[in-house]
Ligand binder design. Structure first.
Ligand code: 5AD
Ligand code: SF4
Length: 509
């Protein structure tokens, strides 16, 4: 197999991903990049030389998880393992991470991933350097690298437990000899002005059924509660030509389902000016061999009717739109700086309800935004009835660094946020029970995503993104990644169950 790099069995890495699909896909690119650099991915922290966390900072809880993970494994540093923090927490906290977790060697935000190969080389060289007891600070074009001396315990093994990092003043660097256990610190922290996308030909596609394509990175919306514009940089789109070229490659790899990704996927602007988002969506759906196209996440302000027209016109475009509303109250939407009103949002819902196929609609809701009154919350509750969502993702407002909402008064007590969350979830559960019931007795096409041994059921996914688990006779034995017609026999609040009817000779393309 020419072109596949020789793998040094010594260089192994473990990568854990937190957060959204953008992060999941970024991790696929990071894995591809590391493999290209001669690293081998391993399944456990214990097997790895380099331990990486691709992090999420959207809510405080997500951020804390990473620091817990780092604390859990810091003892492994004594074995010479290196730790790296990637993604949104890396970008947000920057070098402060070295203070909270001194055993971390690499901090790299997503806007700097294209520099990862160079940073890895630096990390490896610095390891060699520090082993040769030669410490110095240097700046490089792709990030910063410092070599910090660290305390050593009696036996000479490093112990960084609760140590604050020790910086070497510039004038001393190069003249001071650190201990053999020197901490290497490499940062890749481009600011939000970056124009670069993380385009790599080395994506390691780890999802066996669905291929992700990033079409736009970053966010310029600055919703009052959200860290994303600070962690992922400004909005930048890829050319439609490069997106379509990637879609064709994906078919060659054997995929039939594509998901277009962007923090605001429908804010897409072709740098070549050739295609609008709806046109690109349709063009991807028309690539020969593609059977399903999904896209996430859409912003209501930029959601044009042309997207619904594209879904009507191109059968491969899935019958599902995720359109985060955040609140049903225009007053709260205004305070959140969401750039639309309840009425505007409902107008978009009406377009989707008028579509030729039934489009399944899902959303995100935040409860307990500062100043949210009982009346505001009641408006969110009645919006659920009015729209009839098939799924909602619910969050308690979590104050985030740098965001304008931090300045707002009238923060709600945690208990009240929790109460509202419970009420919201209970209401949505009832709505879903009723909505899912109506599929019983119908035949639905699924993509086969796997088999659950315990339940002796195949796992299927409908074009509406619903899980439909089903039984099949042994003779049928559907293949993962193939399509099947399934008769829905039961419904649950979050999924459907049924029986295999036939392998689907896919009706489209
Ligand atoms: N607090 C709570 N939820 C948040 N989200 C984004 N920022 C916050 C925050 N500070 C939610 C929004 C968004 C989803 C990905 O996460 O609902 O759509
Ligand atoms: Fe965050 Fe708003 Fe941008 Fe979405 S649109 S990523 S919620 S700032």
């Amino acid at each position: 197999m020419s072109g596949v790099p020789q793998q040094d069995p010594q260089k192994t890495f473990y990568l854990e991903t937190f957060g959204c699909q953008m992060n999941v896909h970024d991790s696929e690119k990071v894995v591809g990049t590391l493999v290209q650099q001669g690293y081998r991915q391993v399944e456990t922290v214990e097997q790895a030389d380099l331990i990486l966390y691709n992090t999420c900072s959207i809510r405080d809880k997500a951020e804390q998880k990473v620091f817990h993970r780092l604390a859990d494994y810091k003892k492994l540093q004594a074995q010479g393992k290196k730790f790296g923090v990637l993604g949104c927490v890396a970008q947000q906290e920057g070098e402060k991470i070295f203070e909270r977790a001194p055993h971390v060697s690499l901090v790299c935000g997503s806007a700097s991933y294209q520099n990862l190969p160079g940073m890895l080389v630096q990390l490896e060289n610095a390891q060699v350097e520090s082993a040769q007891v030669e410490g110095k600070s240097s700046k490089s074009s792709f990030g910063r690298i410092d070599s910090h001396p660290s305390k050593t315990t009696k036996g000479g093994a490093s112990s960084f437990v609760d140590d604050a990092p020790i910086s070497i003043p510039a004038e001393e660097s190069g003249s001071r000899k650190p201990d053999a256990g020197s901490l290497v610190r490499i940062t890749g922290l481009d600011d939000r002005q970056t124009d670069k996308c993380f385009e790599t030909e080395f994506t390691a596609r780890t999802n066996p059924h669905r291929a992700y394509i990033t079409i736009i990175e970053g966010c310029d919306k600055f919703c009052a509660y959200c860290v994303v514009p600070f962690t992922r940089g400004k909005e930048r789109s890829r050319t439609s030509a490069s997106v379509l070229a990637e879609a064709r490659q994906i078919v060659d790899l054997g995929y039939s389902e594509i998901q277009l990704l962007g923090q605001n996927v429908n804010s897409y602007r072709d740098p070549d000016g050739k295609k609008s988002f709806a046109e690109l969506l349709a063009a991807v759906g028309e690539v020969a061999g593609i059977k399903r196209v999904r896209f996430t996440t859409s912003h209501p302000r930029d959601f044009g009717r042309d997207i619904v027209c594209a879904i009507d016109a191109v059968p491969t475009l899935c019958d599902h739109v995720h359109l985060p509303v955040q609140s049903g109250s225009t007053r709260v939407l205004d305070a959140m700086q969401r750039l639309y009103t309840r009425e505007r949002y409902l107008e978009r819902i009406a377009w989707m309800k008028a579509a030729k196929r039934e489009i399944s609609i899902t959303t995100d809701v935040i409860v307990g935004f500062p100043g949210e009154t009982e009346e505001d919350f009641a408006e969110t509750l009645n919006l659920l009835d009015e729209v009839g969502y098939d799924a909602i993702f619910t969050f308690k407002y979590s104050p985030r660094p740098n965001t304008p909402a931090l300045q707002l008064e009238d923060a709600l007590p945690e208990e009240e946020k929790s109460r509202r969350l419970e009420v919201l979830m209970a209401k949505q559960r009832d709505i879903q029970i009723a909505r899912y019931k109506k599929y019983v007795g119908t035949a639905v096409e699924v993509m086969v995503e796997g088999y659950n041994e315990q339940r002796a059921q195949w796992i299927g996914r409908t074009t509406q993104n619903k899980t439909l688990n089903f039984t099949a006779p042994e003779t049928a034995s559907p293949k993962v990644g193939s399509y099947a017609q399934v008769l829905v026999t039961r419904s649950f609040p979050n999924s459907l169950a049924g029986e295999w009817i036939s392998a689907a000779a896919h009706p489209v393309v």
